[in-house]
Design a protein around this ligand. Sequence first.
Ligand code: C2E
Ligand code: CA
Ligand code: CA
Length: 692
Amino acid sequence: MFNMPNVSVVNVLEGEYASSIVLMSVVIACCASYVALSLNQRIQQNSFFHRYFWLSLASVAMGLGIWSMHFVGMSAFMLPLSMEYDFFLTGISILPAIFASFLAFYIANRTNTSHWPYLVSGISMGLGISSMHYVGMAAMKMDASYVYKPIIFTISVLIAITVSYVALSIFSNSKRFIDTQLKKLITSIIMGLGISSMHYTGMKAVVFYVDKSAGHELNHIHQMDVSHLIKFVAIGITLLLLISGLASILDRYVEYRMNYFDALTQLPNQRQFESLLNKNMSLRGTLAIIEIHQLEKWISTHGYSIGDDIVQTVKRIIEEQKSPSSTIYRIEGNRLAIMDWDDQSGKRMKASLNEISAALKMPLKRKDHILTIDHICVYSSSNKEKGMKELFANTLAVLQHPSALMDSGVIEYNPSVHTFNLERQVVLDIERAMEQHELFLVYQPKVCSKTYDVSGVEALLRWKHPEQGMISPGVFIPILESNGKIFDVTDWVIREVSKQISIWKREGRPFAKVSINIPGPYITSERLMSVLKENIRDHNIDSRSLELEITETSVIDNIENAIKAVGEYRKLGLSVALDDFGTGLSSLSYLKRIPVTTIKIDKSFVDDVPDSEKDSAVLKAIITLCSSLNMKVVIEGVETKQQFDFIKSVTETPHIQGYYFSKPLEAQELTEWCLALPGKSCTTDEGIVSQV
Ligand code: C2E
Ligand code: CA
Ligand code: CA
């Protein structure tokens, strides 16, 4: 392999290169690196597909790229002898490249604290690339023989190892380094050039020769015929791109379906219904709720499948009878809602509910029993423009009335009969809710768009009411605020958050900051200061791990006192964020005076970005303004990749809070969410990094 025969008996052959094909081979290596890098980034994101799926796809892309680069490079090489290649050896020469890429990406995607794993995998990937190259060389069939110059041979292997090591370090830190398309492009070019230089150095190490006695005709230069090979490469790359593209689309679709649709019925879920409630629009329309009675009892005696069967039957009947203009939601396990808009919707809804109720009363035959679906259909409609929340409160009032439990029929909301109102119940039940854990907290991560670290979490209230089911904070918080109950609840939140911070601290996974929403007037109250101090002391937590979120409107109402109060919290070590920024339509002048650390840009500025040019320009201007004031910027309600990409194209610094990264999660789910994302870490403002 390395022993050169006596030059007096052999003719050494001089090879030449077709420069356009050399260039093509380098471009192929760069493109493959780019595709592999993009697929590699998917491994770090939440996905319907297992991470090994993306890992395998990235490895195949990289392996195929290295392999195609080699053979296209070989077709650029010309000798004064004809050359062919061995089909079998050519085929299997791709395997070392794929295996080596798999190993490399596997290690690079783990959270490694030392450099040894990178070195080991750099060596194995370098050896993988070199093996691919030299097995590929052995696949060449020609009349000439060849030997390798040992020094250049060794250098080529060392280049492969060094490039792999550098590439792996970049891959492993890709979430830090590769945060713009430009950086990704540059990294891919470096990798592509690295792979190509290994190949061409390897080629420099070969000496081709023929025996003088063989009498070969060496006047004509020959190029290897790789037309078949190029066809295979083209098919391979097309398939790969197709699979990755389809998988990405499917991935986004599944995520969207899981977040916004009920898994059993495929109907819009509670989340979509809540956003309808929170839209604050006033329209004429009708809201109906169909409640299935005794569903729990059927499930406990006959199992979940009967429960599913009942819900599906109700859904089918509603779909058959509802007016085409209405929409159905599954808002609770045993409740489905129908929403219809316009002046005539009341009459239409009444007629369809009568049909639905009649159909539900028909006995259903199931394997070994006959069942009837006990139910109640209630509705509330308005010919005047009313908010959705009011219609919802009215339907709940009907459901709460004793008649709703006995009846199996249709009841329309009547203000003189259905005197229950949600407001009263919220006020009456809130104490019990706090004591009996009906009230609980979920935490939504804020992710730094530059480093992809979790820079903090926001604590958000949830209420699972035993009769009303889940009540949205958008509904019960304004009630608590107008009934003076919100201070007690805020104290409860502060206590629960402090407890949770100390648990996370004990478990070794402290989140940099946990934010608490503070209602308007409470911010200037002395009671808040003492409650905070008390909890920081009792739970032995660092005050820097707490952040208060205050709204713009609450500050404006009492600007001088608010400035003073915020200053006091800052002195205590707490961060203060201005929530829902931009919704207050207020003067910006106070922004300079109020010592807040963070600005949270409201979701309404993000909703139509990037489709609406006007909104995109407004969002860009707000981000620039806030950044110029040297404040940390958090952008709320980011749901799509397009929104995320737009924000990143405007500035690198903002932190993102939104369904794009995660919905609010219970404490345990949050820990699992962090663990499922390799390398995700929590940073403090001081830059101390602790792995979650
Ligand atoms: P907020 O403080 O602006 O909280 C953000 C809200 O936006 C949360 O709704 C969150 O779940 C939702 N959200 C986050 N990302 C997305 C997204 O990508 N898309 C959509 N559509 N929504 C997103 P949530 O939890 O329903 O809370 C609503 C409001 O209720 C909060 O708005 C806050 O004003 C209030 N609230 C919640 N918990 C508390 C609390 O503990 N105390 C006080 N005083 N108010 C609270
Ligand atoms: Ca908030
Ligand atoms: Ca907000």
